[in-house]
Design a protein around this ligand. Structure first.
Ligand code: GLC
Length: 405
């Protein structure tokens, strides 16, 4: 049920291409293909800018200096934990919280900057943009559901909160998806970079369409997929049934949920108590300790006092099936985007990738590279996958710089 053959990856790519075309033409499609009103930086932009990143469990702020010579320097950075109440309460409370974090950051980092803070804002949700600093939230994803934000301009909301906090010297001048910031962060240094990918809590990508315009695909929403009964159950139990179907097969928010259902369905097995996180899968998959002792200890914490060795091996197999499928679907999606830009893979492409699953899940990046090799053969040498860590806030600052130059 979980295997993805080369033939299936190729079929995925054909479907993906046709959905991309429809989305770009404004026809009905599961891919949103949102225009970002941004082009790649030239590498000559310079100055000091503030970058924000909202989209997961932390809100990040970073002050970045751009040299104008394809180099950047982080002057200061902070991370603030988002509580459940911020993600699911009133939207104004969420934006007031962000403004309060920015105020505490700028109060701390004075360093003689008495001029205006120009802010780039990475907001990692589907946004319908109308200009670089104008964007309406279409729909929350990844467990967020703060009230009164869908259908509103998130730049206006943040700028209003900043004013309410008395921060007159700070203004959001650019807005971007995290995939776009990731692409910008890498392409400031590397002109070959033309795709930004996130494989973390959620999953998505952006790329340079003809004429260089950057498109946010929102590929997490891709729906031409053959899901298993386990995927259908995960979807049914989620807060957004019927939506984000590829995301629910590939991203960190859901992998643990699928693996748990598979494990619970094995003959004679009971329920796993507690939340089975994707991180646990990674630990179990990479467990090479004697008799899988590490897995035994982990399962003990789950209230399973004596899982047998054969159970532990079975669980390892289940986790690995689920994450291998995720990696192969991710690879097929990356391959689709590259071939949209360059059907015969004649040019070099750097794929900037960020996200916990790609970075930390045991074997994940290797499996993606392996699958790309199956798809492209020796031509894979033209594709470079580059882990671009913490790029969201950095890319946002670079974006603010492109707005200013
Ligand atoms: C979700 C969001 C998307 C974001 C991705 C990765 O899919 O809808 O905008 O890029 O997560 O964070």
């Amino acid at each position: 049920m979980f295997s993805v053959s080369l033939g299936e990856m190729k079929e995925f790519m054909r479907n993906f291409h046709s959905e991309m075309r429809k989305g770009l033409a404004g026809e009905k499609s599961s891919l949103r293909m949102l225009s970002e009103y941004v082009k790649k930086p030239r590498g000559t932009e310079s100055g000091i800018f503030l970058g924000l990143d909202l989209g997961g469990t932390n809100f990040r702020i970073l002050l970045l200096e751009l040299t104008g010579k394809r180099k950047t320097r982080i002057l200061s950075s902070s991370k603030f934990l988002l509580h459940k109440k911020h993600m699911t309460g009133a939207g104004t409370a969420l934006f007031d919280f962000l403004a309060a974090c920015i105020k505490s950051f700028t109060d701390k980092y004075k360093a003689g900057i008495d001029r205006k803070y120009r802010i780039g804002f990475t907001f990692s949700f589907p946004v319908k943009k109308r200009a670089l600093a104008r964007g309406i939230l279409i729909r929350w994803t990844k467990g967020f559901r703060a009230r009164g934000v869908e259908g509103k301009d998130v730049v206006l909301l943040l700028n209003e909160s900043l004013k309410r906090k008395g921060l007159r010297c700070a203004e959001v001048v650019a807005l971007a998806n995290d995939t776009v910031s990731t692409l910008l962060a890498r392409s400031y240094e590397d002109p070959d970079c033309d795709i930004g990918v996130i494989l973390g809590t959620g999953t998505n990508a952006c790329y340079c369409e003809r004429a260089g315009e950057i498109i946010n695909i929102e590929w997490g929403r891709f729906s031409k997929l053959r899901g298993t009964p386990y995927d259908k159950a995960v979807d049914r139990l989620s807060i957004n049934p019927g939506e984000q179907l590829l995301e629910k097969m590939v991203s960190g928010m859901y992998l643990g949920r699928i693996a748990r259902l598979v494990a619970e369905d094995l003959p004679g097995k009971g329920k796993l108590p507690g939340e089975f996180k994707s991180e646990y899968m990674s630990l179990i998959e990479s467990d090479s300790s004697k008799n899988m002792q590490k897995t035994k200890n982990l399962l003990k914490k789950f209230g399973m006092p004596d899982p047998s060795y054969s159970d532990r091996k079975l669980l390892k197999k289940a986790c690995s099936m689920v994450s291998t499928r995720a990696a192969r679907l991710g690879a097929a999606a990356i391959a689709s985007v590259i071939t949209r830009m360059d059907a015969r893979l004649l040019k070099k492409h750097t794929v900037a990738i960020d996200g916990s699953v790609y970075e930390k899940h045991s074997g994940f990046s290797r499996k993606i590279k392996q699958a790309l090799k199956e798809i492209f053969g020796k031509n894979t040498k033209n594709i470079r996958l580059v882990l671009t860590k913490d790029a969201s806030a950095k890319g946002a600052a670079i974006l603010a710089a492109t707005a200013a130059s």
